[in-house]
Design a binder for this molecule. Structure first.
Ligand code: BGC
Length: 306
């Protein structure tokens, strides 16, 4: 082995003769630290996948037949979790997501539910837990929005938005917490909220009310659930390329105006959100609860003058 390699990998080959220059203990420890960095990079570049963060866990992702939810379901499976895929109106797409997860070597089940009906939500948690043995992570992702001037909002549209975006997460979380209590198990809850839990969005008042409500639900429950070993956090995506944005994506004038408001100058991708979920669902985030992680390319705080 050459002298250079011997120095770089001295911690792997302690019998290397490093020569007189490196006999100084201070220099030796520096060489060790430096070579460890080089060796680590060498290993991760060529051979080993990073360790999976969620092995042995089961995650339920509401609204995971498409968009951000589908990306979250697949990403959590890549981290080692088995997945309960949930859908409302797209069973075919849910099956396709399930197939992607199974292809990763994980278990998956697709369960339909109406998140606006408490009995259906309870059934979702019960069926998911029965199919995969347990649920450890709940991602309240399903969400809808309706664009209308305030004075034109109908009762039907108000109920549709509030039921899906707030009532659903409320009772799914309740059923999930009861499930965890029955197992005396810890758990993690991640709500996919929006920058509009804080930021006004004219013509989307019911949507903003639902997301503001979700923010306060998270803050409240972080306190109530902490003694049970359960954390709860929100992720607040900005403008992400998903079906919820189809109208906007097809309107070049509105799209240009939006991009001018995003400092990173692009729409987000579902993967930008799913990586944040993987973090909050993992033990890396054990000390984080009651807060919101904003994933918006800088949209929220963008203000420029002159
Ligand atoms: C909404 C999108 C909107 C984005 C940024 C999201 O919560 O669903 O319609 O483009 O916020 O304003």
């Amino acid at each position: 082995m050459g002298k250079l390699a011997c120095q770089q990998f001295s911690f792997l080959f302690p019998k290397c003769n490093l020569g007189k220059r490196d006999d100084n203990p201070i220099k030796l420890s520096l060489a060790h630290d430096k070579s460890a960095g080089i060796a680590d990079r060498h290993i991760s570049n060529h051979h080993e996948r990073p360790p999976m963060k969620l092995s042995g866990k089961v995650a339920l992702v509401t609204g995971s037949s498409q968009g951000i939810g589908a990306a979250i379901a697949v990403r959590l499976a890549q981290e080692g979790a088995d997945i309960v895929v949930n859908y409302h109106s797209h069973p075919g797409e849910a099956d396709a997501v399930k197939a992607q997860i199974v292809a990763l070597g994980r278990r998956a089940v697709a369960v339909g539910a109406d998140l606006g009906a408490v009995a259906s939500v309870n059934q979702l948690i019960a069926d998911g837990a029965a199919a995969l043995g347990q649920i450890d992570i709940l991602v309240n992702n399903a969400g809808v929005e309706k664009n209308a001037p305030f004075w034109d909002v109908t009762e039907h549209d108000y109920d549709f938005v509030l039921n899906t975006n707030l009532k659903g997460p409320f009772f799914a979380t309740q059923a999930f917490v009861k499930h965890l209590q029955s197992r005396k198990a810890p758990g993690k809850i991640i709500n996919i909220s929006s920058v509009h839990e804080d930021l006004p969005f004219p013509h989307f008042t019911a949507y903003c009310a639902s997301k503001g409500g979700l923010k306060m639900m998270t803050r409240n429950l972080s306190i109530e659930l902490a003694p049970l070993g359960i954390t709860i956090n929100n992720i607040a995506p900005g403008a992400i390329e998903t079906p919820i944005n189809t109208a906007l994506l097809n309107d070049p004038v509105k799209l240009k105006a939006l991009l001018e408001n995003i400092p990173l100058n692009r729409l987000g991708k579902p993967a930008d959100v799913s990586s944040a979920v993987a973090f909050l669902a993992s033990s890396d985030a054990d000390y984080i609860t009651g807060t919101t992680l904003v994933v918006d390319g800088g949209l929220t705080w963008n203000y420029s003058e002159q």
